[in-house]
Write a protein that binds this ligand. Structure first.
Ligand code: NAP
Length: 634
């Protein structure tokens, strides 16, 4: 469904839906409309842990709602004329009121974190026809997922001819491929959305089908579908120095090979699309169905079946509870226990009154989003930072990390209740934030407590034709499900990328993928990555925001090429080396780089090629302008 705001909620309507209003958003909206920062009273300051809800006593929330209704009422008839943005000083007051610490970072990010409807401040303000009509520039984007569609839109807005090559038969990337039961995001829907394309989300955390529909509609509405060549996999790309052109070799799903040419290549192939199935002894002898979470076969009926689940990461914690409701028995193999964060609304729908406010009261959605997004961008990096004086251990790595460990331990303890045997099994033995902390509404431990579920705290060692072995015990199984994640560190595999002088990207990288800001690298001119190395986030930042930063950087680079009449730009090796050294050094200070626990955040050499280790503000600022001096430009 397209999002449309009639922006004319009357006083009666607001009164009718007032109980659904979340007071942090309502108060900031009231400050915006009345211009009175004084309404952001200290005693009404929200609790950061409960945002977008205030975390205040119900009677205080009721008092705030009544206060806001009274203050807003005289202005409601003129909603269409409300200013688009708060002034700088009011925005500053909002940041200070919302955030307890990192005020400077919050102020720096606040302008991009407040996203009123119909505003797209980071779209290109130039057009190829105007700045370089004879440039002949064109682009190929590889992948039509969250990042490739965004790149396509930006190129379209800038008037750069482009094609998107997509190996699947539909858009959405991982949100098309992963269709396992109960698949959903663990990031709140309103911030798992392009900042300039709001949506009337039904659930707090978007379900896979809803996210896929959102992306499809985005592509359709923006005229991107006609630029996509579906069922077309890129097998190789080669840079030709004499013509400053990339040749892109393709193969269709029917095996037809082809090729395309473009000056610019944007690789938007994602990180989580090559399933990892461990080489377990005897797996090939198993006679029943074997399925990875990303390759779900919906024709399989679990009723009356004995199922084995291998892995307890984000995917398994979603599909295993659903499977356990249908299967006769489920045995879950857990190599490492996940840390869980209490998220009561994880599977809940957004209250209908709240949705009315989000769609019909001007700016309410923007402040609702702001109240989630800004704290999330800032996140809690100190809680993932190693303090050498602490001293760091595999229990916790700093005082802030220890505080987080205590909070998460309390949650697991509460979940286990009197099942102390289970508590011992579900308690992680590594510091929080060494890998993804998984959102939970109580479903996981409730599943483990079911009579038909058994948790085995070890990796599976041996499989035979009709079951798995736990030491000397044979556990019969009809179906094996792998929730074992993806080959995330193998960036851009399996296509080959050949740059200047015939150098091969995978040989250049070895197992240590790196790219400047996750986007460019020396020797591969005009080749841009989205969601490239070290651009993932765990405890701070936001994936979609980072994609928007990458798209803005790439489109500015294209502008620089076009405006200057240049043919190519290749990152300077010294810029690359300095950046890679910095990221390696900073990653080692974070739990995910420091901890020895298993994680897809580290590659086989123990280096983190996945996560962004610095504050989100730095990613935003470093990607906001392309510095020509960082590149060899021809
Ligand atoms: P994952 O987080 O990498 O989890 C893989 C699981 O399989 C872990 O429990 C891992 O154990 C286990 N495993 C891996 N290799 C194994 C082996 N050889 N033997 C036994 N166990 C093994 O994968 P995922 O759950 O598919 O999630 C990947 C990422 O996708 C997530 O981190 C998240 O970013 C994203 N995702 C998000 C959502 C969401 O938004 N809710 C849902 C799904 C996925 P160890 O922990 O010991 O390595």
């Amino acid at each position: 469904m397209d999002f449309t705001l009639d922006r004319a909620m009357t006083e009666d309507e607001l009164r009718a839906h007032l109980d659904s209003a979340l007071t942090p958003a309502l108060l900031m909206l009231t400050a915006h409309v009345t211009g009175d920062a004084g309404v952001l009273r200290t005693e009404w300051k929200p609790n950061r842990a409960t945002l977008p809800a205030s975390g205040l006593a119900p009677e205080t929330d009721a008092e705030i709602r009544a206060f806001c209704l009274k203050r807003l009422a005289p202005y409601l008839s003129s909603q269409r004329d409300w200013a688009a943005l708060p002034d700088d000083s009011l925005r500053e007051s909002m940041c200070t009121w919302l955030m307890d610490e990192n005020i400077e970072d919050a102020q720096a990010l606040a302008a991009v974190a407040f996203t009123p409807d119909d505003s797209d401040p980071r779209g290109p303000e130039w057009n190829l026809d105007e700045i370089a009509p004879d440039s002949g520039l064109s682009a190929v984007v590889i992948g039509a997922g969250f990042s490739g569609l965004l790149a396509g839109l930006r190129l379209k807005q800038a008037g750069v001819p482009f094609t998107i090559l997509e190996k699947s038969t539909n858009v959405g990337g991982t949100w098309y491929e992963n269709s396992y039961p109960d698949c959903r995001t663990d990031v709140r829907s309103h911030i798992y959305t392009y900042s300039f394309v709001p949506h009337d989300w039904v659930t707090h955390f978007g379900r896979q089908q809803a996210i896929h529909e959102y992306l499809y509609n985005f592509a359709a509405k923006n005229g991107l579908l006609e630029h996509i060549s579906f069922g077309t996999e890129v097998t190789a790309t080669r840079w030709d120095e004499s013509t400053s052109t990339w040749t892109i070799d393709t193969r269709t799903s029917d095996g037809v090979v082809g090729s395309a040419e473009a000056q610019i290549v944007v690789s938007a192939v994602g990180q989580l699309n090559r399933p990892m199935i461990p080489a377990v002894d005897g797996l090939d002898t198993f006679t029943g169905p074997v399925m990875h979470s990303a390759q779900w076969d919906h024709s399989i009926d679990f009723a009356g079946k004995r199922v084995v689940v291998i892995g307890t990461g984000a995917s398994a914690l979603q599909f295993a509870p659903a499977v356990a409701k249908e299967a006769e028995h489920v045995t879950i193999f857990q190599r490492s226990a996940p840390w869980l964060r209490s998220t009561p609304v994880l599977r809940q729908e957004i209250d209908p009154g709240e949705r009315r406010l989000l769609t019909n009261l001007k700016h309410y959605r923007a402040y609702y989003r702001f109240s989630i997004f800004l704290p999330r961008l800032i996140g809690n990096l100190p809680a993932a930072t190693v303090d050498p004086d602490f001293p760091p251990t595999e229990v916790s790595v700093s005082a802030a990390n220890e505080a987080l460990r205590v909070e998460l331990t309390d949650y697991l303890t509460e979940q286990a209740g009197d099942r102390l045997d289970l508590l011992e099994q579900i308690m992680p033995d590594y510091p929080p934030a060494a890998k993804r902390i998984i959102c939970d509404d109580g479903t996981w431990v409730a599943t483990l407590k079911r009579d038909n579920v058994r948790l085995v705290s070890q990796a599976v060692q041996r499989i035979d034709k009709d079951g798995v072995w736990i030491g000397d015990e044979h556990v019969p199984a009809d179906i094996i499900l792998f929730g074992t994640g993806f080959k995330a560190s193998e960036f851009l595999v399996p296509m080959t990328v050949t740059g200047i002088g015939g150098q091969d990207l995978h040989q250049t990288w070895g197992i240590d993928a790196s790219a400047y800001l996750g986007i460019t690298l020396p020797g591969y001119p005009n080749f841009f990555c989205m969601y490239g190395p070290n651009t993932n986030t765990v405890i701070h930042g936001n994936l979609v925001f980072f994609l928007e930063c990458q798209a803005a950087y790439i489109i500015s680079a294209v502008q620089m090429l076009a405006k200057g009449g240049h043919r190519s730009m290749a990152l300077r090796p010294d810029v690359f080396t300095e950046y890679t050294d910095e990221v390696t050094k900073e990653s080692a200070k974070r739990t995910w780089g420091w901890s020895k626990t298993h994680s897809w955040y580290q590659n086989a050499a123990g280096r983190s090629t996945i996560m962004w280790p610095l504050p989100a503000r730095q990613y935003f600022e470093r990607t906001s302008a392309v510095h020509g001096e960082d590149y060899h430009i021809h």
